[in-house]
Design a protein around this ligand. Structure first.
Ligand code: ADP
Ligand code: MG
Length: 449
């Protein structure tokens, strides 16, 4: 097996192939298609996987099978594997575990995976993004000081805050960037009091060139901490250092925040992030599913975007949940599974389900062919096409099973349904009229969701 040492790719191909014989296809597709062989040395195969979540999942669910496959391919009972998270994420984890006390001065403790470049822009957040960028490029110089990013939960405030830290650090690595949550700030302050190290506390925070504080709503009611923050704020502000804060309550409505803090904040700029609209949700889902190695069709993406509306964390969570559920339940990722997950997540606000009957009604209106004919046996070209279209929509849009769909159309079997779906899929690529009918049906059926 000497040759394999260099040929880690060839080795991985064999191991992968062996895994396909012991694991179900969905597990291979979900968890192993995105794994990349990095090296094979000292009997250890290193694989890179997209995220920490993948690494933990593979380790806790497929370790035995992976080791077994590896050992049978190398023919060496000592072969093992290790998983690494692809580079950017790993850096992020290393750095984000540093609290400012431990980090050296002139450093950046922002999470490296939160960047401007992976912050998807839409009309709901462009102002906040642009202001953040401008501050990152010229900290303390513009009128945007302090900059306050305001918005609901899960809309990207923390992401932007870290992106400012990362961007500023990239431009000027000698800046001292201090990024903390307001809770950490409070904790540091309380601890410094307890240990009689208030000087250290002051030194740490007042040496910041850029001070980034997440979730200042937690300062509410904590008078001593606010007092400290006020001094820190003034000192930094007066010497032209940049301060950025995030909050989920408009500062002026924040009861329990001292007036003088509020009026200080008003000297800068407050930008807000609104909930994402449909197009932005689709864009985010496309991006996040790609990042997580989840390969689902556009219709499924739209389906999720239609139902999960509140925030981006929910959208991301849905993607992760789909992956997890498929593995836990040993199920293919198909429309039914996606529907189940979405339903779980939106709970009672999930609208009543559409039936095949609704679909047929809609197709009948769009094509002008009677419902009775669509579900009947006629082989006339237009009628057969309307029937195929109905099958296609029933399956793809409302996710009805093959057999149930077949049954509804005069007891046809599931192979007829598969054929119908294939035919429509192919035809719609060249047939504009058909494509329009599909879009129209999707659009109109949506209204009843
Ligand atoms: P908040 O701090 O406002 O509660 P976060 O910044 O933690 O929200 O965002 C929640 C998740 O959604 C994070 O994983 C973040 O990367 C992601 N996210 C939010 N907004 C965007 C966006 N516009 N583009 C890409 N990812 C986003
Ligand atoms: Mg946050």
């Amino acid at each position: 097996m000497d040759k394999l040492k260099k040929e880690h790719r060839a080795l991985w191909d064999l191991v992968y192939e062996s895994l396909t014989r012991t694991l179900p296809p969905h597990a291979i597709k979900t968890w192993f298609n995105s794994a990349k062989p990095i090296s094979y040395s000292e009997k250890n195969l290193t694989l890179s996987v997209p995220s920490q979540f993948f690494s933990e999942w593979i380790d806790s669910h497929y370790k035995e099978q992976l080791v077994f496959a590896l050992r049978s391919v190398t023919d060496d009972p000592r072969s093992t594997f290790s998983l690494i998270v692809s580079k950017e994420e790993k850096e992020a984890q290393n750095v984000s575990s540093l609290s400012p006390q431990k980090s050296k001065r002139k450093s950046n403790n922002a999470n490296k995976s939160y960047r401007f470049k992976n912050f998807i822009e839409g009309s709901n957040n462009e102002f906040a993004k642009n202001a953040s960028k401008s501050v990152a490029n010229s900290p303390g110089v513009s009128n945007f000081n302090p900059l306050i990013i305001y918005g609901g939960v899960g809309l990207g405030k923390t992401h932007l805050l870290h992106a400012i830290g990362n961007e500023a650090f990239k431009k000027s690595p000698d800046l001292n960037i201090v990024l903390v949550t307001s809770e950490q700030f409070t904790l540091d302050f309380v601890n410094s009091l307890r240990k009689g190290k208030t000087l250290e506390f002051t030194r740490l925070y007042r040496s910041a060139d850029i001070l980034l504080i997440d979730d200042i709503q937690f300062f509410r009611g904590k008078e001593q901490t606010q007092e400290q923050f006020f001094h820190t704020f003034n000192e930094l502000y007066q010497s032209g250092r940049q301060i950025v804060m995030t909050t989920d309550i408009v500062p002026k409505d924040m009861k329990g925040l001292q007036e003088r803090l509020i009026s200080r904040f008003q000297s800068g700029l407050t930008v807000d992030i609104q909930p994402p609209d449909f197009e932005i949700r689709v864009a985010i889902l496309l991006e996040k599913s790609e990042q997580n190695g989840l390969n689902i069709g556009y219709e499924s993406i739209e389906f999720i975007a239609r139902h999960i509306k509140n925030n981006i964390r929910d959208l991301e969570g849905t993607i992760i949940r789909i992956l997890a559920k498929s593995s836990l339940m040993n199920k293919e990722i198909d429309f039914n599974l996606i529907k189940e997950v979405v339903k779980e997540r939106v709970g009672s606000s999930f609208s009543p389900e559409l039936t095949i009957e609704d679909v047929v009604k809609k197709v009948s209106i769009i094509t002008g062919i009677k419902e009775r004919e669509i579900t009947g046996k006629s082989r006339k070209k237009e009628i057969a096409e309307a029937r195929q279209l109905s099958m296609f929509l029933s399956r793809n849009i409302i996710g009805s099973s093959l057999s149930k769909t077949g049954l509804y159309f005069s007891g046809r079997d599931h192979s007829t349904v598969i054929h119908a779906i294939k035919t429509i899929n192919k035809k719609q690529k060249t047939d504009k009229r058909l494509k329009n009918q599909i879009n129209l049906a999707i659009q109109e059926l949506d209204l009843s969701f």
